[in-house]
Design a binder for this molecule. Structure first.
Ligand code: PEP
Ligand code: MN
Length: 337
């Protein structure tokens, strides 16, 4: 439920409305737009016991939200969220690239890729230390050793780090090393993990579940935000469909839909979205044109030798070419790269 205040409603009116809501045992979230102030009510609105909020001074109207998410909704918070990581802003004019290998394989491998990203001007380095592999016999990642290598790369090259966290027990340690915590597609509905990252202070990159509807994805974002962490970045990474020519079906329409429904930034992962390196550049260009706030791309110095996801990883030359193309498109669609 949201309470829309009248344009001229003073602070005292807003305070009184909040007081009534809080006294009923509910929480409030105030969103101060340029035009209106919205008091979002968090919790079971039946606790209000029919209190006639709509007749209180300064109240324009009361709107009931029937969606399974509230905090991620644009109704609840019409002000577009910008997630700040270091001096990078995700969700504003900047088009943000996060790139690097699927997995951290060794210090040499990561440093070579980090050095390349630094020279190109990419600010956020990706790399998995805890890997959610489909088969238990595939390379599972270097774990904490991988986190340490990522942290060394951050120091040496001045890059920001995004890496996946797979279980609630690991949230603490991963957040010691990472700048952004990634929740992978397989964990989008791991509610205990969502709540755990919701209690930490690092921004969270929330990938869409491989068979999740947009409503389920936004409800997952609410699990994080409901614990107090509002720094959520959504990431479309392809969904399961009947199509066999690509690893997943990259749902770019979801970007446009989410932009309407939610105030949160949304980025696109065309690497997992297609599974095929040749398809990554066209889908990246399309994502930028569709209104995405950035991209998460797998890049490897030698994709044929990669321990995971080589077939979808760009080599340096391919990535550099794509980077130049995106740089040309960005200003045309109102973004800066
Ligand atoms: C990844 O980014 O390395 C990854 C495992 O992605 P997803 O969870 O989308 O499969
Ligand atoms: Mn991968």
């Amino acid at each position: 439920m949201i309470i829309v205040m009248r344009k001229n409603a003073g602070e005292e009116c807003i305070r009184r409305v909040c007081q009534v809501v809080e006294e009923a045992g509910l929480r409030v979230h105030i969103s101060q737009g340029e035009e209106v102030v919205i008091v979002g009510v968090i919790g079971d609105r039946r606790k209000l016991n029919g209190k006639p909020i709509e007749v209180m001074e300064g109240v324009e109207k009361v709107v009931f939200i029937t969606d399974p998410y509230k905090l991620a909704s644009r109704l609840f918070n019409p002000v577009t969220t910008i997630v700040r990581v270091g001096d990078v802003e995700i969700g504003g004019e900047q088009f943000v690239l996060m790139a690097g290998p699927c997995a951290v394989e060794s210090k040499e491998q990561l440093f070579e890729i980090a050095g390349f990203m630094k020279r190109l001007g990419v600010r956020i380095l990706r790399g998995g230390a805890f890997k959610p592999r489909t088969s238990p016999y595939s390379f599972q990642g270097l774990g904490e050793e991988g986190l340490k290598i990522l942290a060394e790369a951050r120091e040496k090259f001045g890059l920001l780090i995004v890496t996946e966290v797979m279980s609630p027990e690991h949230v603490k340690i991963v957040s010691q090393y990472a700048d952004i915590l990634q929740i992978g597609t397989r964990n989008m509905q791991n509610f205990e993990l969502l709540k755990a990252v919701g209690r930490c202070e690092k921004p969270v990159l929330l990938k869409r579940g491989l068979a999740a509807t947009i409503d389920e994805w936004l409800a997952a974002a609410d699990y994080i935000m409901n614990e107090g962490n509002f720094q959520v970045i959504l990431c479309e990474r392809g969904i399961r469909t009947f199509e066999q020519k690509t690893r997943n079906t990259l749902d770019l329409s979801a970007v446009a839909v989410v932009k309407q429904l939610s105030h949160l930034p949304v980025i696109v992962d065309p690497s997992h979205g297609t599974g095929i390196s040749k398809l990554v550049p066209p889908m990246s260009r399309a994502a930028l044109a569709a209104g995405a706030d950035g991209l998460l791309i797998e890049v490897h110095s030698n994709p044929e030798k990669a321990l995971s996801d080589g077939p979808q990883s760009l080599n340096f030359e391919q990535f550099e070419k794509l980077f130049e193309e995106l740089r040309k498109i960005a200003p045309v669609v109102g973004k800066r790269l």
